[in-house]
Design a protein around this ligand. Structure first.
Ligand code: NAG
Ligand code: NAG
Ligand code: NAG
Length: 401
């Protein structure tokens, strides 16, 4: 009697975890090269309506996939097992801003070793969004909107036309062994962009792309990034913050045990001057990071103002509080190895700099470590020397004043 109860309790727990042996399986099917958009939508809809945990399987092979939105809420957890390669339409401009969307799903898994191929090549050549805000929008490859309790594992995204992965409104989501691959010169192809989400982990992943490997937008809370390889790309970036009204605070961002290789920027926090809002970004910690041949390895830039789209005279109204950089080593691609440029109006508060060892071999060396509107707490050793004055300014000749 007791053992019957025990077994059914175990089975119940197993099915709650979504590993039920009798999870319903929905195979998408489709012959190689065919368009599976409708078949996938149908399989997802059936899975989503199933009363117990279910699984959608896309087998090995290459398939075409048009714009698709897979929307919850679902009755039970849903897993998508993608073994094949999904190819987007390769046309340059389609006037669409998204390709694959997962919306409002609570209890979601995406795995299987498969590939989302955004076929971005033609689109990159017409993209001018990196030069102007008035540009044609291009589709983000994979959007997770308001997805909760989710695990994205063993999935690749290649050649997105715009961002590869965008996360908005997520709660408790883990990315593990995700690969992002696009050429260094592909514009706006951020690896993973996150905002307005809470409790996200990015683990054991590899991101090689043309823009930020990971970028963190406003409203992000509790993001943990660990064992990520980034490069080529524009590094790991918090911000830009402060461009729009109604932005929310950022808090609890940790980046540990990561390697950045040949990236244009390393670890960066950027806020616009003349901010449209007055938010706080706090608890941002970078630790145990190797930066090899990285331009601007460590950068806080509160005067971020590309293409002069803002008034640089107005100091940033974003407060940066409780920030640390510890055990950061490697080589800088330029002389300005560390720049902490904080706001005149709101100097950065409680900044800790631990062991830093960044070498620079260029002829214009040695490397520098600049600080403005910040007095960091220094722990351990720093190379270059922290907040050194830099080259002594030439004494002003009499009459210059
Ligand atoms: C987070 O989501 C995972 C599924 O990916 C689940 O197993 C876990 O229980 C969730 N954690 C919390 C605190 O809800
Ligand atoms: C980072 O790596 C070091 C050594 O490889 C290890 O001791 C440490 O626990 C790791 N940190 C985290 C947060 O996993
Ligand atoms: C450093 O990176 C630059 C591009 O940012 C590249 O041209 C150069 O070859 C790299 N140098 C080394 C030593 O890897």
């Amino acid at each position: 009697m007791g053992s019957y109860l025990g077994i059914s309790a175990v089975l119940f727990v197993i099915s709650l975890l979504g590993f039920s042996a009798n999870a319903e399986v929905f195979n998408v099917g489709g012959s190689p090269g065919s368009d599976i958009t409708q078949a996938l939508l149908k399989a997802f809809t059936s899975a989503c309506q199933a009363p117990t945990a279910s699984k959608v399987v896309i087998t090995k092979g290459e398939f075409k996939l048009g714009e698709i939105e897979m929307t919850g809420p679902c009755k039970a957890p849903v897993e998508i097992n993608l073994q094949g390669t999904l190819k987007a339409d390769g046309k340059a401009i389609q006037g669409k801003e998204r390709w694959v969307v997962f919306l409002r799903i609570n209890g979601f898994k995406l795995n299987g070793g498969g590939i989302f191929d955004g076929e971005g090549n033609a689109a990159w050549r017409v993209n001018n969004c990196h030069k102007t805000f008035e540009c044609k929008k291009l589709p983000i490859s994979i959007r997770f909107d308001f997805v909760e309790n989710a695990e994205i594992r063993d999935i690749s995204s290649i050649d997105a036309k715009n961002f590869h992965i965008n996360v908005l409104g997520a709660k408790n989501m883990t990315f593990d062994n995700v690969k992002v691959i696009a050429p260094a010169e592909s514009p706006n192809t951020d690896g993973i962009h996150l905002g307005r989400s809470e409790g996200v982990k990015i683990l054991n992943s590899k991101i090689a792309t043309g823009d930020d490997c990971i970028s963190v937008g406003d409203g992000m809370k509790n993001l943990h990034v660990e064992n990520v390889m980034c490069g080529p790309g524009h590094g790991i970036s918090v911000g830009s913050l402060g461009r729009y009204v109604h932005e929310q605070d950022v808090t609890g961002i940790t980046v540990v045990n990561c390697t950045l290789q040949g990236t244009d920027n390393g670890l960066r926090i950027k806020t616009w001057p003349s901010a449209a809002c007055a938010t706080t970004a706090s608890g941002i910690h970078f630790e145990n990071i190797i930066l090899n041949n990285v331009s601007n390895p460590i950068l806080i830039d509160q005067e971020y103002c590309p293409w002069n789209q803002c008034n640089k005279q107005k100091p940033s109204t974003i407060k940066l509080v409780d920030i640390s950089f510890k055990n950061i080593r490697g080589t800088s691609g330029n002389k300005d190895a560390v720049k902490l440029l904080c706001s005149k109006a709101h100097p950065c508060a409680n900044v800790e700099i631990g062991n830093i060892n960044l070498e620079y071999k260029g002829a214009d060396g040695p490397p520098t470590f600049m600080c403005s509107n910040v007095s960091p707490k220094l722990v351990g050793t720093q190379n270059p020397k922290a907040c050194s004055a830099g080259p002594t300014p030439k004494t002003a000749a009499k009459g210059d004043l």
